[in-house]
Design a protein around this ligand. Structure first.
Ligand SMILES: Cc1cc2nc3c(=O)[nH]c(=O)nc-3n(C[C@H](O)[C@H](O)[C@H](O)COP(=O)(O)O)c2cc1C
Length: 250
């Protein structure tokens, strides 16, 4: 082995492997729900169907070629149809298999476990008040969670002063619920989960390009503060990725 690697004690190929693990699925433990439960009495907003009229560029080749990270957005709101399209592209559900056994979505996920939830900081979307929302993929709805004074300042601080992240019309914040994957794959699910997060964000990049928007993957944020922002415990659920979206110059 090359000398420069001599004392390296970081990631190795066996970091996620442990032999002879009996998974909770094999022990016939109940499967965790496909979507995090919520208060049925809370305010929910049905997302509209989106039509072809929101698509400015229907060419996959163009969208792939144009895809770049964008950090400058126009001072323009997104329509609810555009947000509906972006949410479907990233985490929407097209099919349920078995007795709520698996959900099939525009993004792939190891074993169709889809161990993520989507939170949104809404700054500028037609018809929506500012605030933090959660996407409910099973019914294609938004769940209003709360709004707070000085939310933008708070998010700017959480993302280490990346102002464009906090002020974008919409900020996607994805959390991971590890047990959804662990139930089937135990410790081997962790690698797959983080690969899966990449698919979601890449779909957001391409879907954004198709509707005249831009985005930028964000992994630089304060973990504890990001978890606290969307009121999750950092144990059973924690933030893994963010991505702000806004209209861009064409
Ligand atoms: C996992 C990941 C984390 C990233 N985190 C940040 C970030 O916190 N802030 C930022 O401005 N860009 C971030 N980026 C964007 C990269 O800087 C960008 O993809 C890279 O410079 C290449 O540019 P391109 O996306 O335009 O091709 C991140 C990208 C990835 C894939």
């Amino acid at each position: 082995m090359n000398k420069i690697y001599e004392n390296r004690e970081m990631m190795k190929s066996n970091f996620h492997l442990k032999k002879d693990i009996e998974t909770d699925q094999s022990k016939k433990m109940p499967q965790p729900p496909l979507q995090k439960p919520f208060d049925e009495n809370a305010e929910r907003i049905k997302l509209p169907e989106f039509g072809e009229e929101i698509i400015l560029d229907n060419s996959l080749l163009n969208c792939l070629k144009k895809r770049r990270s964008h950090r400058k957005f126009k001072d323009e709101s997104l329509s609810l149809e555009e947000l509906s399209f972006l949410l479907w592209s990233t985490q929407g559900i097209d099919e349920i298999r078995g007795d709520n056994y698996a959900s099939i979505r525009p993004v792939p996920s190891a074993g169709a476990r889809h161990p993520f939830e989507t939170y949104l900081l809404i700054n500028k979307v037609d018809g929506l008040n500012m605030g933090i929302y959660r996407y409910l993929p099973l019914t294609h709805e938004l769940l209003f969670l709360f709004n707070e004074e000085e939310m933008v300042d708070k998010v700017e601080k959480i993302t280490f002063r990346q102002k464009f992240v906090a002020t974008a019309p919409v900020l996607f914040i994805w959390s991971c619920i590890p047990y959804r994957g662990e139930w089937r794959y135990s410790i081997a699910s962790h690698k797959a989960m983080l690969l899966d997060a990449g698919h979601i964000c890449q779909n957001l990049y391409l879907a954004s390009e198709a509707i005249g928007c831009g985005t930028c993957a964000i992994a630089a944020y304060n973990q504890e503060e990001a978890d606290a922002l969307v009121e999750i415990d950092g144990q059973e659920e924690f933030v893994v990725y963010m991505s702000p979206v806004g209209k861009i110059e064409q």
